[in-house]
Ligand binder design. Structure first.
Ligand SMILES: [Mg+2]
Length: 422
């Protein structure tokens, strides 16, 4: 029999902030989206104040101030690095792991059942993550991934241990009877309304539906959910596939009108995309560049445009890609507009083992370029992001997004380490 555990970090962004500012334990915290626009994460205490997910910050500023809610801009470097540490730690306990999102992973525990009491093992994992990283997690155990998701939900909402085991048939009966179908993994709002029309309202009713009937009316994906709810595992672990396209784009903190800062921003996004590209050992074969004004300000003149440029040969060279991106921008740019957002997408990505050189290019030069990129990546990995960067990215970067309440990048930046004053 298959056994899956879903490990999910509790209020992940808020928990990351608390690791380095422990006085915030038990205090309400919210984390904001890019440019400090909306609330994208809340601690339990903030949820209890009735602050909803995705709420515009300006509508809740008063409530936050009145209740001493600590407000943070998103610190994706910190969250990304802490996530990496959580996942690396989990691999220590189980080699078969699927990283499902920044704060969730499935573990496949089939072979562990013989030698371990799985509830004790889950408690052990939870305790170690707390000691090593200070990140609280919930763990749901079940024979299928769909049931493990549900078990996790129960673990988070209604246990004091943070662990819940849905392998027990009687427990499962009670939980599925009480669970509305829209809370099942993979059942969206529209689908649940359609199922409701057929009288299927609870997870138990969906579990007991005829799989063939469900397949005929809703397709094979929903049929699989029915089988998974019956404890028949249809969804295995999915290993990370390298991305086919890599996007880097942001809204600006304030509108840009001139070409120069726009060019800096495009160069900066191209650089970030190239770093991701090299991290997954890939090369791109083309780039898509776009710029746009603010469509939410219809009174201002509107302009948006984009273009695609193929590369002569696959590459992951930041210098080369910046040059091509800037060239695209020169052709797209029109003066007289207030630009709100720009970005690049690296396209047609292939493995860097794949070599198909341009007939007329000098191989030697290409090798040298690759070595140069390795050196830059190594320095930035050891000394901190942006220790070395292209001047094209600009130095002041006034166009950067607003992040006025960002905490330090404690784990990735030497200048921002945690300081202990004795
Ligand atoms: Mg979570």
């Amino acid at each position: 029999m298959s056994i899956y555990a879903l490990v999910d970090c509790n209020n992940f962004y808020a928990s990351c902030e608390r690791v380095f500012q422990p006085y915030l334990n038990n205090k309400p915290i919210v984390v904001l989206s890019n440019n400090d626009g909306c609330i994208v994460a809340r601690s339990n205490e903030a949820k209890a104040l009735g602050i909803p997910m995705g709420a515009p910050m300006h509508e809740y500023r008063k409530i936050c101030i009145n209740n001493n809610v600590k407000i943070f801009s998103s610190n994706y470097q910190l969250y990304g690095d802490m996530s990496q540490r959580v996942m690396d730690s989990l691999k220590h306990f189980c080699p078969n792991i699927e990283i499902y999102s920044i704060d969730e992973a499935f573990l496949q525990l089939d072979s562990f059942e013989k030698n371990f009491d799985l509830i004790k093992y889950a408690l052990h994992i939870r305790q170690k993550l707390n000691i090593w990283l200070g990140i609280p997690v919930s763990i749901g155990i079940a024979p299928t991934k769909t049931l493990a998701k549900i078990a996790n939900h129960v673990a988070k909402k209604s246990t004091s241990t943070g662990i819940f085991d849905l392998r027990d048939i009687n427990q499962r009966e009670n939980i599925l009877t009480a669970l509305p179908i829209n809370e099942i993994w993979g059942i969206g709002k529209r689908l649940s309304l359609k199922l409701n029309e057929l009288g299927i309202n609870t997870a138990k009713q969906l579990r007991d539906a005829n799989p063939k009937y469900i397949r005929k009316h809703f397709g094979v994906v929903v049929e699989r959910i029915v089988l998974e709810l019956n404890g028949i595992s249809c969804l295995g672990l999915e290993m990370v596939k390298p991305k086919k396209n890599i996007t880097s784009s942001r809204s600006f903190g304030k509108p840009i009108t001139e070409l120069q800062p726009l060019s800096e921003a495009i160069s900066h996004y191209a650089t970030r995309a190239c770093i991701k590209l090299r991290n997954q050992s890939s090369k791109a074969q083309g780039i898509y560049v776009f710029i746009t004004t603010n469509k939410h300000k219809p009174n201002e003149p509107q302009y948006r445009n984009s273009m695609i440029q193929g590369f002569v040969e696959p590459t992951a060279d930041t210098n080369l890609i910046i040059r091509i991106a800037k060239n695209c921008l020169d052709q797209l740019y029109r003066s007289g507009y207030k630009y709100k957002k720009a970005g690049v997408i690296l396209t047609d990505i292939i493995s860097n083992r794949h070599k198909q050189n341009d007939l007329f290019s000098e191989n030697d030069l290409q090798d040298k370029r690759e070595k140069l990129m390795q050196v830059v990546d190594n320095i930035n990995a050891q000394m901190g992001t942006n220790t070395i960067f292209n001047a094209a990215q600009g130095i002041t970067r006034h166009w950067r997004m607003r992040e006025e309440m960002k905490s330090n990048r404690y784990t990735t930046c030497w200048d921002e380490l945690l300081q202990v004053v004795v």
